[in-house]
Design a protein around this ligand. Structure first.
Ligand code: V47
Ligand code: SF4
Length: 359
């Protein structure tokens, strides 16, 4: 029989927990016991260090041929608020970021009906030439698949050409919930969950590191979340290419998904992060994305297995179009303070988790 004690014994013995055990944790309300196990699993890997990075998000366009039901960011081409940046505008933002101390730009956007694959190659080349020290983390697996369709190139060739143009790594978006039944409800036009894992696997095999996300708090059940985590853990066993896992708390405003609550609960946020840390024993980093969680839950999560607070971000559209109450940006000093006040050691990192400086 599964109990908290049997799970606890496994975590203490450094044994992997099963899907049924993860489900048991989701259905338990003993948040503190779950958090304690997650904190133990985290401390073994990361001690008291908590990573953050100085970065800037850039979303080149919000025009998207997909209309995911949860997405408040995307627009059709002739809708009010639709925009597309030029390569020069994107470069300017990247350059500003670099001069303000950023080491990374995080670039994701909509699937634009008219931009060519060459536009994105040109964008990478231009950023690399004007800001050579910046690491370019860009494009979800969903965008990579779209590039393959619009260019008629194989995924491997899309990845090779993007790396040649300056791509350094990939973020973890587009995963949502990888279970097909849920995807059919929340993003029927998006590539399947299995296809997402195949593209990520090709990225890992081509030498690119990626992250993985999970959008939670919409129409999924607890067992869908566990199935999602299992797919990620299996893939990580095969490739070892994931750096961080980032649960994304669903922001409900301006979404086609109608729920009878406005936001995920703090209990669910912390439990989800803690269970991820315990279940994903082959991931080094569990990240709290403060944009979706708010600063306070993100800070408290540092006692629940989390070892990464993402970055300064600067300009955030995806969560804020959907009603996120967090600020657009955090200063480096602000992040350092959050981490210190939680009794941890702030460590600025680069995108590949090399320490730049401890504070
Ligand atoms: O794929 C869209 C999600 C993702 C909403 O890898 C929403 O370091 C909540 O992936 N409420 C893009 N989430 C953002 C993303 C990300 C963010 C920060 C760091 C990293 C990383 C990756 O945002 C999308 C989708 O899953 N999303 N709409 C919403 N209303
Ligand atoms: Fe387009 Fe991405 Fe929004 Fe879906 S989540 S509508 S693919 S921008």
């Amino acid at each position: 029989m599964i109990t908290l004690d049997t799970i606890s014994a496994k975590v203490h013995a450094r044994q992997r927990i099963t899907c049924d055990e993860a489900l048991f944790l989701y259905r338990s309300n003993d948040l503190l016991a779950i958090g304690k196990l997650a904190a133990l699993a985290n401390e073994r890997k990361n001690g008291r260090n908590v990573f953050f990075n100085v970065n800037r998000h850039i979303n080149p366009t919000n025009i998207c041929v997909n209309r995911c039901a949860f997405c408040a960011f995307s627009k059709t081409a002739n809708e009010d608020g639709a925009y597309t940046m030029s390569v020069e505008e994107i470069c300017l933002r990247a350059h500003e970021a670099e001069s303000e101390g950023a080491t990374e730009v995080h670039i994701v956007g909509g699937l634009h009906p008219d931009l060519s694959f060459e536009f994105y190659e040109e964008m990478l080349r231009a950023i690399r030439s004007s800001s050579p020290k910046l690491h370019i983390k860009a494009f979800t697996a969903v965008e990579i698949e779209y590039f393959s369709r619009i260019s008629s190139l194989h995924i491997k060739d899309v990845l090779r050409r993007l790396v040649t143009a300056g791509l350094g790594s990939m973020p973890g978006g587009g995963a949502e919930i990888l279970v097909e039944e849920v995807r059919q409800k929340i993003c029927p036009e998006k590539i399947s969950g299995v296809h997402w894992t195949e593209i990520i696997s090709l990225a890992h095999l081509s030498g690119l590191k990626t992250n993985a996300t999970m959008l939670y708090g919409h129409l999924e059940a607890d067992y869908d979340r566990v199935a999602h985590l299992e797919m990620l853990r299996n893939l990580q066993d095969e490739t070892g290419g994931f750096q961080a896992f980032i649960p994304l708390a669903f922001q409900t405003d301006n979404s086609e998904i109608k729920l009878d609550f406005k936001e995920t609960s703090g209990l669910d946020d912390l439990k989800t992060l803690a269970i991820s840390r315990i279940f994903l024993d082959n991931f080094d980093h569990i990240k709290s994305y403060w944009v979706m969680l708010g600063e306070k839950i993100a800070q408290v999560s540092l006692a629940f297995g989390v070892n990464d607070l993402d970055g300064t971000v600067v300009e955030e559209k995806i969560g804020h179009e959907a009603g996120a109450q967090s600020p657009q940006s955090l200063t480096k000093d602000g992040i350092i303070r959050l981490i210190r006040k939680a009794g941890k050691i702030p460590v600025e990192r680069d995108t590949l988790y090399r320490a730049i400086r401890s504070y």
